[in-house]
Design a protein around this ligand. Structure first.
Ligand code: OAD
Length: 259
């Protein structure tokens, strides 16, 4: 385990973030690790013997939809039992402030939205900050035929192909409404993320290995347009080289100290 970042680094990061008029926060699986959601590439990243790259593909779904749904059913159950951690909650509180703080996440667990709902609960609240989910949501389905999208938290019965979720409108098989390897991201969401990145004075990057594109390019685009990058991650990533500050530590410990 890495030593906690020195206080002066935390102070510098706070100052950098505190002075910025607009901030984009790019998050990855690491921000949810402290909630108990396994990351993709670290310990616990494998489900049985399968790597995400082997299951999260259109080809895997075409070959064996039952197996792919079984994996997503397991992830839906796992994530349903998890709560936003101190990092999600600190970011949600920060978004309620006067400055536009935008969250662009690669995560499909919905924990940023849940944190925002928790913070607002009973307190009204309005914000100019957006939450953009680049890779979709575990808790939405999309019809493989008519493309109808629905929110769904129902348990998945993957005992047979017939028991998998089917479309109420046209009867075809439903799939998780997430982006798989080899598929394009939603063009509007991606375009919005890049626009926000290009305007940001600071880009805070939390808990991503920054190797999956185009998501990682949101941070590099922000840096290219002049934003200061502040990274929170226990490990070195390809963004560490370009970051003004890399804070080595867990999101739930570090992020609340910054915002
Ligand atoms: P990864 O699993 O690739 O990386 C997780 C990152 O989180 C690593 O850099 C870890 O060092 C870091 N990390 C671990 N624990 C942490 C903690 N407590 N606090 C902060 N950081 C921590 O996850 P992503 O970068 O999100 O895509 O992966 C990107 C995409 O690859 C995912 O959205 C998913 C995956 O395949 C699709 O499914 C399309």
């Amino acid at each position: 385990m890495s030593a906690p970042p020195p206080h002066r680094h935390i102070r510098r990061a706070r100052e950098t973030l505190g002075e910025a008029e607009t901030v984009v926060v790019l998050t990855g699986a690491g921000v949810s690790a402290d909630s108990g959601v396994p990351t993709f590439r670290g310990q616990g990243g494998l489900w049985r013997e399968h790597r995400p790259e082997d299951l999260a593909t259109p080809a895997a779904f075409a070959r064996d939809p039952r197996l792919v749904w079984e994996w997503y059913g397991w992830r839906r159950e796992l994530v349903s039992a998890c709560a936003p951690n101190a990092a999600h909650l600190a970011l949600a509180r920060w978004q309620e402030g006067p400055r536009p703080i935008h969250i662009v996440t690669q995560n499909v667990d919905g924990l940023h939205r849940l944190a925002r709902d928790r913070i607002r609960d009973g307190a009204g609240g309005s914000t100019t900050g957006e939450i953009l989910e680049l890779h979709g949501s575990l808790f939405r389905t999309r019809c493989t035929c008519c493309a109808a999208v629905e929110n769904s938290r129902a348990p998945i019965d993957a005992t047979s192909e017939a028991s998998l979720p089917h479309c109420g409108a046209c009867g075809a098989l439903l799939r998780p409404d997430v982006v798989w390897f080899g598929e394009p991201l939603d063009a509007h969401v991606l375009d919005r993320a890049f626009r926000l990145a290009a305007r940001a004075e600071v880009c805070l990057v939390v808990g991503t290995s920054a190797i999956v594109q185009p998501a990682a390019a949101v941070a590099t685009e922000a840096a290219r347009a002049g934003a200061a990058l502040v990274e929170v991650n226990p490990e070195v990533t390809p963004l560490s080289r370009v970051a003004r500050l890399s804070l080595r530590g867990r999101a739930a410990e570090i992020v609340p100290l910054l915002v």
